[in-house]
Ligand binder design. Structure first.
Ligand code: ATP
Ligand code: MG
Length: 450
């Protein structure tokens, strides 16, 4: 992309309505525009990162054996009457009527719809295990939408639903989700800690929330410091292996880590004092096992091995896809702007031409641009006739992790400059070396569009 042709409405001033850094930077970097309280337009740069995050979520879900599909955002109230949640859900549910006076609602979550699809099409235990999921817009009429995309009213969420014959199978599905979530967040450059949580209106016994530590987080969290040393890393996992998934769950949930809702002071005090941490966190996902709650209410049964109809065991599992943009920025920024992790950056590399119109500089930038696009990498080339200072400020603000600076003086010696946004370090090298280096950096981060 050439910046002169792009739509990147960056703001010079700090927007006064933004209270936290991620909201401020998303507005300043021209990623979102508020349309009404908690409802946003996703401008091209924000949309691009949203898609990157979405694609990582898809890849990791599909890798775990879960099947993507899509549900409507508008649902009939009747299904929610069947499950008994229509009246109970409260003011957060946006309700409406169609022209025939039928009660409708904008989906805040989709247990009922998925259970309905399941009961319509699955009859035998032989079709299990089954986990279906979607990534779709949700609406919750939050009483206090705030912090930009972090607590919106309309937000983008991955929600997955497992259907299993037995409780043991459903707990394996739970563990599989836990593993796939660990991988997902790490690919986005995030540490998200599974913490024992409260099940709220979804209901159920087993549930963990995934929290990213950040001062601006809305949840108070209590944890054993040792848990922050854990990473999933590059290890291989067989998602069909009950033992392997169970071992990961145990590894990541055996130390004390709870949100304020389930915090137990006496248990916490058993952690050695120097390891006891109290902090704040952003909830970026949650997994639930809730047994037969919905299958009983909605008659989702399969014929079991003994020939008798039996209610399926279920769980639901969510990732806050749009909230993740805010969480990533909270975890990765400096005074000059965003610092995108390689896994989610909107463009792989920025090219800054220090002297637009200089024949050698223009040609070198074009050549770099073509080399990157030829291998499927996306450069953002600042080809505007602007001062170098302004170009650097824009690149820093929008946070591309790597920048190549091209100027007539360097080119006389055959070199350009490669700069890391994270460390600020610059190294001179030939343009060919810079291209090689960038290709090498992104080799583990290539996200194919789902
Ligand atoms: P919260 O406690 O933050 O209100 P929740 O527990 O009600 O969230 P879930 O039903 O668990 O939310 O939804 C799954 C994920 O969707 C959450 O972990 C969170 O990351 C995201 N999410 C929930 N509500 C919002 C919102 N209003 N805006 C943006 N993301 C949200
Ligand atoms: Mg939750």
């Amino acid at each position: 992309m050439r910046l002169s042709r792009y739509f990147l409405p960056v703001l010079k001033e700090n927007p006064s309505e933004a209270q936290i850094v991620s909201h401020r930077l998303m507005l300043r970097a021209g990623m979102i525009k508020q349309q009404s309280a908690g409802i946003y337009s996703w401008l091209p740069l924000g949309f691009k990162v949203l898609r990157k995050i979405e694609n990582i979520v898809h890849q990791e879900q599909i890798r775990a054996g879960h099947i993507p599909m899509q549900m409507p955002t508008l649902q009939s109230a009747d299904l929610w009457r069947e499950s008994g949640r229509y009246d109970g859900y409260g003011e957060e549910m946006l309700r409406m009527q169609d022209r025939h006076g039928r009660d409708m609602l904008f989906s805040p979550t989709a247990e009922e719809l998925f259970t309905d699809v399941f009961r319509a099409h699955v009859n035998s235990y032989k079709d299990l295990p089954l986990t279906l999921y979607q990534i779709q817009w949700k609406f919750r009429d939050e009483i206090r939408p705030r912090f930009g995309v972090m607590r919106g009213r309309e937000f983008y969420m991955k929600d997955g639903y497992n259907f299993d014959l037995t409780k043991e199978d459903a707990l394996h599905a739970y563990n599989r989700h836990l593993v796939s979530y660990l991988r997902t967040y790490e690919r986005m450059g995030l540490q998200a800690i599974p913490m024992r949580a409260d099940s709220g209106p979804i209901g159920g016994d087993d549930t963990h929330e995934f929290l990213v530590l950040a001062e601006t987080g809305e949840s108070e969290v209590f944890y054993d410091r040792e848990i922050t040393d854990l990473t999933f890393g590059e290890r291989e996992i067989d998602y069909n292996s009950v033992e392997q998934c169970q071992a990961v769950l145990e590894e990541f949930t055996s130390r004390y880590a709870r949100t304020d809702e389930t915090h137990d002071e006496a248990l916490f005090n058993e952690v050695p004092e120097e390891r006891r941490c109290v902090a704040r966190g952003i909830e970026v996902g949650q997994i639930f096992y809730f047994g037969t709650k919905y299958s009983e209410a909605m008659g989702a049964k399969v014929q079991g091995p003994d020939g008798k109809p039996t209610e399926v065991h279920m769980g639901s599992h969510g990732i806050g896809v749009s909230r993740l943009l805010g969480a990533i920025i909270e975890a990765s920024h400096d005074d000059n702007g965003i610092i995108w992790p390689e896994g989610v950056t909107p463009f792989h590399v920025g090219i800054v031409n220090l002297k637009q119109g200089d024949e050698a500089a223009d040609a070198a930038c074009e050549a770099l641009y073509n080399s990157f696009t030829a291998v499927g990498l996306e450069p953002l080339y600042d080809d505007r006739k602007e001062r170098a200072g302004g170009k650097f400020a824009t690149m820093d603000l929008i946070g591309l992790p790597w920048r190549i600076t091209v100027g007539p003086r360097g080119l006389k010696n055959g070199v350009v400059e490669l700069t890391s946004r994270r460390t600020g370090e610059s190294v001179e090298m030939t343009p060919e070396q810079a291209v090689e280096k960038i290709i090498e950096i992104y080799a583990p981060h290539r996200v194919n569009v789902f």
